[in-house]
Write a protein that binds this ligand. Structure first.
Ligand code: F6R
Length: 351
């Protein structure tokens, strides 16, 4: 089913995206917007004398968010006294004070700088014996349930579409558990562990089920290297191959992207498929080149039907015939070649 809705932030008509997605100029601005939403929720809960249960992520994506939350605490009096946090995951095995532990990460980036109560911070324990893990994981979930579930879950996304450490193949009803890390995940982590050989093979992760039960979810993704997985998550089918795609079935989720992470989305790649375009020369060139590449045809061989069947009939109506568009774009490209065989200098090659 194709959903058509309007992005509230941009007024953009969407019909390819199955997840509410907002694009910001850069990750800094985006992180600040997410921090404002987290702060709004914490304050709303405070006003109602309630705890605010946050699901937190580590990695590079939430660093700007945590920095802004610390600033809001220091400069604008945002209190974390009513916050209860549950982190998504931890490498296993992992000592608390190890340089790569998520306990250390959270302390250094957030917990040590705000007034959150230590007993309210929960991070999966990487020091347990293997025999203890299963019971520990079901206790972790019980603690979340005892607090009424997660109010807001913050997520990043792995290059393979993982959320938490729910790697490709994880089921939608998967529970909190010990998992084997994907090769791709280990390669991404290996720079922090000074090589693949030192990178853990396993981790404890919150299961997809608890993530999906969160009342609200915000997933952040920055940079071009996330653009392909963002596209398949937002526009592709729901599949265990890309566990983040399960979020299409969550009714309160927002993906927050910077420009680079959004660069493969249809609305960015082929905006003419989504809205009434004002066809500038630059846009015509981009669209025609894209069409030729997709259909594997030379530009001069594109037909009226090619344009009509690929959502560009308004361009055709505006410009006349495929011949007119083709030759216009062809000449533009040809004129960028300054030496032979770009055309005889001064000759009329517009037909
Ligand atoms: C970390 C976590 C992971 C990361 C993901 C993206 O707690 O759960 O799913 O969010 O691997 O990592 P970065 O943000 O480093 O690109």
């Amino acid at each position: 089913m194709v959903k058509s809705s309007t992005d509230k932030a941009t007024g953009f008509e969407k019909c390819f995206e199955y997840i509410n997605t907002v694009i910001f100029e850069d990750s800094d601005t985006a992180s600040k917007a997410v921090a404002r939403e987290v702060a709004r929720l914490i304050r709303e809960k405070q006003d109602n004398q309630q705890y605010c249960v946050l699901g937190l992520a580590t990695g590079s994506s939430p660093k700007g968010l945590y920095a802004e939350l610390v600033r809001l605490h220091r400069e604008e009096g945002l209190s974390f006294a009513n916050v209860i946090s549950f982190n998504l995951d931890e490498y296993y095995p992992m000592e608390y004070d190890s340089i790569n532990s998520y306990v250390r990460f959270m302390k250094e980036l957030l917990f040590d700088h705000v007034d959150i109560q230590v007993q309210n911070c929960h991070i999966p324990d990487g020091t347990l014996s293997k025999q203890e893990i299963s019971e520990y994981c079901s206790d972790y979930e019980s603690k979340i349930e005892a607090r009424g579930g997660i109010d807001l879950q913050i997520l990043g996304i792995g290059g393979n579409g993982h959320i938490g450490f729910n790697e490709s193949g994880s089921l939608q009803n998967s529970r909190t558990r010990l998992v084997a890390l994907d090769y791709m995940t280990r390669v991404a982590a290996s720079k922090d562990f000074l090589g693949l050989i030192n990178t853990p093979r396993t981790a404890i992760t919150l299961g997809v089920k608890k993530i999906m039960e969160a009342k609200q979810v915000i997933l952040m993704a920055w940079g071009e290297k996330k653009s392909h997985v963002v596209k398949s998550t937002v526009e592709g089918e729901v599949s265990s191959k890309v566990p983040a795609s399960y979020l299409q079935e969550h009714n309160q989720v927002t993906f927050v992207l910077d420009k680079e992470a959004s660069s493969q989305l249809t609305r960015v790649q082929s905006p003419w498929l989504l809205e009434n375009m004002v066809w500038t020369d630059k846009m015509i060139r981009k669209a025609v080149l894209g069409l030729a590449l997709r259909l594997k045809k030379p530009i001069l061989m594109l037909t009226d039907d090619d344009y009509i069947e690929n959502g560009m009939s308004d361009l055709l109506a505006e410009e006349g015939t495929s011949y007119d568009i083709n030759i216009k774009v062809f000449n533009k490209l040809q004129n960028t070649i300054t030496v032979w065989p770009g055309g005889k200098p001064g000759s009329d090659d517009s037909k």
